[in-house]
Design a protein around this ligand. Structure first.
Ligand SMILES: Cc1cc2nc3c(=O)[nH]c(=O)nc-3n(C[C@H](O)[C@H](O)[C@H](O)COP(=O)(O)OP(=O)(O)OC[C@H]3O[C@@H](n4cnc5c(N)ncnc54)[C@H](O)[C@@H]3O)c2cc1C
Length: 376
């Protein structure tokens, strides 16, 4: 039966869901975004493993300009002094149709917005009130417009405001006591890395990730530094923590630096309303240490889309059970990576490096640790 759907939030999750509905069903939908425009922050890179590329292909990702994306061959792991520890071959997970891909977030958003922008996207929309009316949900917005829908898909990020309208139990995101700093790379002269790959440098209470985001090999650098508090006006102290371990890294932290605190969702809680679904970070916010946030946003959109398309009974329970299983798997690995990437003791670092060298060459380990995430 044809349904009317309101999608709240035009990030990666909401836009992916909108594309799936638009291209593969006859349901009616509207995307409501609180900002006045889409955030097209150029420098911010995204890694997408094949579990998400496979889904994006269904909505035409293959037609994307190939100059604007990159397919890294692998991941090189280094210590903070740029000495190589080991490497992982990413091509082992690729197939003809889907390849591990890196790109700028803006490139992905541009692609996702194309077919829904004019007819299905409304900006400056904040929910004021919700109520049930004749078996449907009536959403009133702050600008005095409203919509009566069969289904609400909340895709409004880790701090989901939609939750507060439908759920009694709070699930406030928690600060992980770590901060992300993004830098645009000015010079690479003091860096000894393979630019065809993703490079991870593991330091004391910090790690750095470098990767190309397009065929020009523009490099994205994100550093994660552990610290008990976040003061946006004082990120120099955090940078000092990195640079004191390798002065060659100093040159990378000049110019336009952006920083943000890392949050995670402490619990995975089901929706208490049969007509309301949470996708992407609104369902669960992951730590970035497995690079699966965007990928899981895309997956959750696809899982929900399939259940709605097939008009299954008890969609709410089916969606939650499937998503819970995936989210737990990804969360466990993201949390473990976060822990082992940041050892401060040199003995622990030595042991970690030893085990990484050993395990990364074990096919059975890699296929269970990463294959289960990438090949869903
Ligand atoms: C340092 C760092 C690095 C990362 N790197 C990667 C990576 O390499 N690979 C990867 O897969 N993921 C990565 N991620 C995670 C990824 O960016 C997110 O998980 C993903 O963007 C979440 O998408 P979303 O659509 O659920 O939420 P969001 O991107 O947060 O989008 C939510 C949208 O909803 C809108 N909104 C919010 N509130 C309301 C409201 N009340 N009403 C209407 N609209 C609203 C917002 O304006 C926004 O447009 C990284 C994250 C961090 C912090």
């Amino acid at each position: 039966m044809k349904k009317k759907i309101a999608i709240i939030g035009a990030g990666i999750a909401g836009l992916t869901f909108a594309n799936l509905i638009k291209k593969n069903s006859n349901h009616e939908f509207m995307l409501y975004e609180k900002q006045e425009s889409l955030s097209l922050d150029e420098g911010y890179g995204i890694q997408l493993s094949i579990n998400s590329i496979k889904i994006l292909n269904i909505i035409g990702f293959k037609k994307i300009n190939k100059e604007k994306i990159f397919n890294p061959k692998g991941i090189d792991f280094y210590d903070i002094k740029n000495n190589k520890i080991c490497d992982l071959d990413l091509t082992q997970f690729n197939n003809d149709q889907s390849k591990y891909t890196t790109l700028q977030r803006s490139t992905l958003i541009e692609f996702l917005k194309d077919d829904v922008y004019t007819q299905h996207l409304r900006f400056g929309k904040k929910i004021k009130e919700v109520s049930e009316l004749k078996g449907k949900v009536l959403i009133k917005f702050e600008d005095n417009t409203n919509d009566l829908v069969d289904i609400v898909v909340a895709a409004d990020g880790i701090f989901s405001n939609t939750r507060s309208f439908f759920e009694k139990k709070k699930n406030e995101p928690k600060f992980k006591k770590a901060i992300a700093i993004r830098a645009i790379l000015q010079s690479r002269s003091k860096l000894n890395i393979d630019e065809e790959k993703i490079s991870l440098m593991l330091g004391k209470n910090c790690h750095l990730v470098f990767y190309p985001v397009n065929k020009n090999k523009e490099l994205n650098l994100v550093s994660i530094v552990r610290d008990n508090k976040y003061d946006p006006d004082n990120i120099k102290l955090l940078i000092d923590k990195i640079v004191s371990q390798n002065s060659n890294l100093k040159d990378f932290f000049t110019g336009d630096l952006k920083s943000w605190p890392l949050y995670f969702t402490p619990e995975i809680i089901p929706s208490t309303n049969n007509k309301v679904f949470y996708i992407g970070d609104a369902f669960n916010g992951f730590l970035p240490t497995l690079a699966q946030g965007a990928g899981q946003s895309i997956e959750s959109a696809y899982e929900l889309f399939n259940l709605i398309k097939e008009d299954k009974a008890d969609i709410q329970n089916a969606y939650f059970q499937e998503r819970l299983k995936r989210a737990k798997l990804v969360r466990k690995r993201s949390n473990l990576n976060f822990f082992v990437f940041h050892f401060s003791s040199s003995i622990m670092q030595f042991l970690r490096n030893f085990f990484m060298k050993f395990l990364i060459k074990r096919k059975s380990f890699i296929s269970s640790y990463l294959g289960s995430v990438y090949k869903n």
